[in-house]
Structure formats: C-alpha cells, structure tokens
Ligand binder design. Structure first.
Ligand code: GLC
Ligand code: CA
Length: 576
C-alpha cells in the first residue's frame, strides 16, 4: 500500500507516522511548580516540529491522585488542574495542528481511579446494587466474609482483591487505587463511547489504548462458582480461555469503538497496548474493524541480537500484513528502562528489559549488585538499532528524551520515588521512575530548563550534558542524528515493502526499500566487510565514518567496511 503522508485528511496518515510520546508531567513546566504542564508542551511545539515527527501521543493528563502516574483516572473528560485546563488542551491541539502534527491521547479503559465519581457511588451503595455493577465486586470468603475471594495477585504486588468493609471485595489488576471496570455493564460501555467522542470533538486524532487486552473478564464475580487459584489461572495461556487477558469478547467492544472512530473525517485512529509475547493474536486488535494498530513490543525483547531482531521484524511485518495494518516499532516508553541504558548492560543479548521481573532477574544474576552500565556502548548501540528500525516500513513510536540519547536514572533516592511498583514490591523492583525524570532543556539552571523551580523527580548532575540546547549545537549529537534521520526517512516512506539482502554474515543485517534506499547494520563489536564500493553513505548512526572504518584496518580501503555496532543508510547510485 502506498501512503500519502502529506495529505492532512488522508485516512492512512498513521501508517508510517513517527509518533512521539510525551509524559506530560515530565516534559516541560511552564509555571514553575515542578510539574510539567500543557502550556509547557505548547512552548515546545517548534522543537517537536524541528524534530520531524508526525504525531504526539500524550500520556494521561486527566485529574488523578497519581497513584500510578496518571493511569488512575478520576475523570476521563477533564484535565488535571496541576497540568492545565480544557482551554489549554484546545490551545495545544491547535498549536500542534498548525504545525502539521497530529495528537493521540491515552485512554485507560481497564480501570478508573478509586476517586472516580462512579466508584465513590459504588462504595456508598449496597452490595449487588446497579452502582456496584459498574465495577467487579465479589463477596469475601470465610465465615465472616473477610477473606479475599481468591489468592489472585495484582500486577503491582499484593492481592488483586480489596475489601470495602461490608464483606465484599473489589477486583483490581493493578494498584488498589485502580478498580477494574465491569465491561459487561452497558453504562460503562456507553460512557467510554461518550469519552471517545468528547476528545474527538476537541480535535484529537486518535487514542493509545491502555492494557487493551484485559477489558473482557472470563468470570462473573457475582456467581458463586469457585474461582481458580492464581497458579491454575496462570497455567492457561493468554487467549480465549484465560480469565483476564486477550479473550475473544474484547473484539466486540472495539468494534463499537470503531463505529465511533468512523464518524469522523479522517477516521480517528487507535493503537492497542498489549504486552503478551509472542502473540500472533495481536493482529486482531490491528484490523480495520478493531483498533487499527497494535504495539508489537517483541522488538524490545529481541535485545541486541541480530538473529532475534531479524526474526522479530519478519514476524511483526507478517502479523501487520495479516491484519491489514502497519507495523509498530518501539524501543522505549514510560514503562521500561531507556534503551540507551539497556544496551549498555552486560547481558544485553538476553531479553532483559531491566525492569519488572527482568530487572529482578538481573539483580539475582549479579548477586544483588546494581548492574554496571557501559554508557558509551549503550548509546552507540541504541543509535544503531534505532536507525535500523527507522528504516523499516511501519510507524515508529519514540519516547521523550530518547532523541537526546538520555540514559535511565538508576540512582534515584528512595524518598523521591513515585511508582507504585516501588512501594508495593519494596526492595525488589525499583519501578519505572528512572525513565520518567523530567527532560533537560538547558545545560545549567534550575531543573536544566525544565521549569523555573526544582523538578518533581530529581535530575542527576550529569543531565545537563544531554540537554536539548547542548545537543542542538553539536553536529554529531543524538538529537541531530534523529533530526537528520527523520527528515531523510520522510523522503522515502512510500511503498510499504522491504527486501532483505543476504549478507552471509550473521552479524550483519541489510535490506533495501523501494526507491533504492538501503539500510545495513553491523551488530558485531568489530568492523565487518560490506560491499559499498561506489556508494556514498547518506547517514551513519555513529560519527566519524572514515576513522571508524580505518581504525585498526588501515590497509583496507575506506568504503568497504562498516564499523562495529553501526547502521548505515545509503541510496543506490544508479537511482536518481
Ligand atoms: C499500562 C501503562 C502503565 C500503567 C498500567 C496500568 O501498562 O502503560 O504505565 O501502569 O497500564 O494502567
Ligand atoms: Ca507546572
């Protein structure tokens, strides 16, 4: 399929779009209270324009007690007063649209916050009342009904059932402050359609759907049958028979959303967040009848391993083709350790994401010591793999700060941490705050130009080196690499096809795109031969093509080698 990216009303604008994720509380703080806000984003729209992105994905900005970084929503149709107002939101939409940038917002349909008006109404209402039916309540067990209905564990640690004091419990996959909605309830369904229309009417171009595979549950909490144990539940693969994840009934929910998306011109788009891997079933969420696109995080688990990377690319392109959608490429977001740091770790070839269970595993492997990160190597590898993925057909999701090559902040003081994972899994899993530290805009100054006061999460002293102002002035900075790569990519994203070129070298991946664009990546820690005679490199992921090539191999002609851990882009010389 050929995509017309330059037509604002094109219904396919998203297929190869570069989408930049903003975690609003950590992007830019206009009023100096330490919390990023909508006016802060508005003040940086030219930065986003210069970067060369097509759309912004805004993580939750709704009123919230921040029990889970805003993914605990008090009111789906308002703006957190700490972040701005609906007026500010409208200003942001028009500032972005004026610059040709679309806007996706995060929608959190699996759970609300415990401060949501409907949850408060449920608490104030008797068991088995219509108000309670909007959530998942179940009677406790034991003679006094004071025991949890089952031994199910919440994703952030602790029980998945919270007592409400009258012999009943409510169910939450995540924190107790995030009660799960009952999607079998028609009012809940209707209310989300109202929310989708509300933001679409405010000019939003699409939605990122949080925990998209969990909405339909396979148990009726009010029925007396015995619930399986956690172990029994986990023994069932994620899919149609699992009680919580990826049941077939989600399809019907999203078919209803699709009808709302199609009321707009161009139709509103959506991307499903799903962490089940590997999962060919994900393609279901990406069809035209459903959400239209799905995140394929499989590439996050491919590490820096050329075999896994190639295999994942082929799988993801295949699943996307099956669904009629386009692929999604993502290496970082607000839930995982920044990839510049992941790739600097010693076990980088494993699927470690150094967060959640993988981080725990890393701690165990290193005898409880903090892993030693090789920052220079991590950045070199991050730039290479990012530029490799940028060359692929599909859309690309970038996370704020990765364009600066920003590493994870691994040594936040405990007192500064905010993530519920840290509090609920204390001492074992430090949580996700390290990738959510506010961005550095200037080399010095309070909060490095993030705002006029201190930032809500402390920034380390070395943050200034990665500041936008510093990197803007360095030709070979990561920021300038992203700018050049995105601008070049925009010129050759037409037909969504790719042809692998067999190199005979397992460490060297090479493909060609329509129009004669070629991309090669050397995963090895040494230079490798690459027949490049007569071609001139358009872009290299690491500065100093010449010296890197000749280093240690000065008997060899420049232009026949690709340096270690580097990606090259070039164009066939015979193509004009
Ligand atoms: C998603 C979000 C994550 C959040 C969770 C619960 O995975 O990306 O940040 O904690 O859902 O809403
Ligand atoms: Ca602020």
């Amino acid at each position: 399929m050929t995509v017309d990216k330059d037509n604002w009303l094109s219904p396919t604008w998203w297929r190869q779009a570069v989408v930049y994720q903003i975690y609003p509380r950590s992007f830019a703080d206009a009023n100096g209270d330490g919390i990023g806000d909508l006016q802060g984003i508005i003040s940086r729209v030219d930065y986003l324009k210069d970067l060369g992105i097509d759309a912004v994905w805004l993580s939750p900005f709704y009123p919230s007690a921040l029990a889970d970084g805003g993914y605990d929503v008090d009111d789906y149709r308002d703006v957190d007063p700490h972040i701005g107002s609906i007026d500010d939101f409208d200003q942001l939409v028009s500032a972005l649209h004026q610059r040709g940038i679309k806007l996706l917002v995060d929608i959190v349909p699996n759970h609300s916050s415990n401060r949501h008006a409907w949850f408060q109404e449920a608490l104030a209402s008797p068991p088995q009342s219509p108000a309670r039916d909007r959530y998942i309540f179940r009677r406790g067990t034991g003679p006094n009904h004071d025991q949890a209905p089952s031994d199910w564990k919440a994703a952030f640690g602790g029980s998945a059932w919270e007592p409400v004091g009258d012999g009943w419990f409510y169910f939450h996959i995540f924190a107790p402050e995030q009660p799960d909605w009952n999607w079998a309830n028609p009012e809940v369904r209707q209310d989300f359609l109202t929310t989708l229309r509300f933001w679409s009417d405010h000019g939003v171009d699409g939605f990122r759907v949080d925990v998209a595979m969990a909405l339909a549950k396979g148990f009726d909490a009010e029925q007396p049958e015995i619930l399986p144990s956690q172990a029994e539940m986990e023994a069932v693969p994620i899919g149609p028979d699992h009680l919580l994840y990826d049941r077939d009934e989600v399809d019907e929910i999203y078919a209803g959303w699709r009808r709302v998306f199609d009321e707009y011109q161009p139709p509103r788009v959506a991307v499903a967040e799903l962490w089940a891997e590997p999962s060919p079933r994900k393609a279901r969420y990406a069809t035209e009848e459903s959400l239209g696109q799905a995140f394929f995080f499989d590439i996050v688990h491919a590490g820096f391993n050329p075999f896994k990377v190639r295999q994942t690319i082929d799988e993801v392109l295949g699943w996307s083709r099956d669904s009629g959608s386009s692929a999604t490429w993502v290496l970082s977001n607000h839930d995982i350790v920044r990839h510049a740091s992941r790739f600097g770790l010693p076990d980088v070839d494993s699927d470690s994401v150094w967060a959640g269970p993988d981080r725990d595993r890393h701690w165990l492997m290193t005898g409880g010591k903090e892993p030693v990160e090789d920052r220079c190597r991590g950045l070199r590898r991050a730039r290479a793999l990012t530029m490799f993925l940028m060359g692929l057909p599909g859309s690309l999701y970038l996370y704020q700060g990765e364009e600066l090559g920003l590493p994870e902040v691994t040594d936040l003081p405990d007192a500064a941490r905010q993530d519920p994972i840290f509090f609920r899994d204390r001492g074992f899993n430090v949580g996700r705050d390290g990738c959510r530290v506010p961005l550095p805009w200037t080399a010095t100054g309070s909060s490095f130009g993030f705002g006029s006061g201190a930032a809500h999460l402390p920034q380390p002293t070395w943050f200034g080196q990665y500041a936008v102002a510093v990197e803007s002035d360095q030709d070979d900075s990561t920021l300038n690499l992203y700018r050049q790569a995105l601008s070049l990519r925009g010129r050759w994203q037409g037909a969504e096809s790719l042809e692998w070129i067999e190199t005979g070298d397992p460490q060297l991946l090479h493909f060609r795109r329509p129009g004669g664009w070629q991309v090669a990546m050397n995963f090895a820690d040494q230079a490798r031969p690459l027949p490049l005679a007569g071609q001139s490199i358009s872009l290299s992921s690491w500065p100093g093509i010449e010296t890197a090539v000749v280093e240690g191999k000065d008997d060899l002609a420049v232009g026949h080698w690709i340096p270690a851990e580097t990606t090259y882009w070039w164009r066939d010389s015979q193509v004009s």
